[in-house]
Ligand binder design. Structure first.
Ligand SMILES: [Zn+2]
Length: 306
């Protein structure tokens, strides 16, 4: 499971949580030596029981970043490796920046040593003087015990509050306020630099890459109403139909979030494979194809192996 892949040295946002392109190349060398790259066709035939693969691996890239077209696609194309790419519809088709990405760039731009909990409280107070909201946040922080292997607890809390925990209107207001305070870039230009466009996706699809679904607005499907989920999944399918004429598609649940209804609706709309963020290895004989586990890039070496 990959996200940002770019050269961080001398970049404008060196603190963004990205894998350096050189680290990616070393990782591909390592994976090539120890695993065999599978295609979508291979995975489907393994699930059907038609074929068996030892140490099969698939590289997946979430969120539709231009990094994937600029830095990943040329490498995979040259090596004849099929990558699976999952762009959210709105990232590609609108001038907006997804909240999830605004939060990444806010975190990468906040000066070192800034107290994130204090910043959240100060910002909510500045926007809405509301004692209840302040104690609600403080209580959430006091009881917060969500563990993330790759982030400090304050960072995980900051992300949770702004991605999911507060009401949508308030979350958007705070994120927009912090984005203009700390990042201060033109949204339209930033968006077109951050994400791939439809022509690039079509080019990648035509070169043998897999373009799958990652929702429209990039929301937590497992926490959304049935109607919202139907809307998200329908928009995702219609978007993919513009890229190729496949009958079956792959879904990658944003934030890895799904519930029984998500699986039912994805299945109904022609998604035969679904990728989660559950850490693990998928067994095509015993696993359920709509809840495929993945391993994070951080689980594999990123330096030259001797
Ligand atoms: Zn995502």
């Amino acid at each position: 499971m990959y996200h940002y892949i770019r050269e961080l040295i001398e970049s404008k946002y060196p603190k963004i949580k990205a894998l350096n392109t050189t680290e990616f190349i070393y990782q591909i060398e390592y994976i090539s030596k120890n695993y065999q790259f599978l295609t979508l066709e291979d995975v489907r035939s393994a699930i059907k029981g038609d074929k068996c693969f030892e140490n099969g691996v698939v590289l997946t890239f979430d969120d539709g970043y231009a990094d994937h077209y600029n830095n990943v696609f040329p490498i995979l194309n040259k090596l004849g490796i099929q990558g699976w790419f999952f762009p959210p519809v709105n990232a590609v088709t609108t001038d907006a920046i997804l909240d999830v990405n605004k939060i990444h760039f806010i975190l990468a731009s906040i000066p070192e040593g800034e107290d994130l909990i204090n910043l959240l409280l100060e910002t909510t107070n500045h926007l809405h003087k509301n004692k209840d909201l302040e104690s609600y946040l403080l209580n959430f922080w006091k009881d917060f015990n969500f563990y993330d292997a790759y982030d400090r607890k304050e960072v995980t809390f900051f992300k949770h509050v702004l991605q999911n925990y507060l009401d949508e209107d308030l979350r958007i207001e705070i994120v927009d306020y912090l984005f203009s305070r700390f990042v201060d870039e033109d949204i339209k230009t930033f968006s077109s630099n951050l994400y791939m466009n439809i022509d690039q996706l079509i080019e990648m699809n035509d070169s043998g890459m897999v373009i799958g679904g990652h929702g429209a607005k990039h929301i937590w499907l497992g926490k959304s109403s049935e109607n919202e989920q139907i809307d998200e999944i329908t928009k995702t399918r219609k978007f993919l139909e513009k890229i190729n004429d496949d009958e079956d598609f792959v879904m990658c649940y944003p934030y890895g979030s799904y519930n029984d209804f998500t699986l039912h609706e994805c299945n109904k709309q022609g998604f035969d494979l679904g990728l989660t963020t559950i850490d693990g290895v998928f067994d095509p004989c015993t696993g359920y194809p709509l809840t495929i586990e993945r391993k994070d890039t951080n689980c594999f070496p990123k330096t030259k192996q001797i």
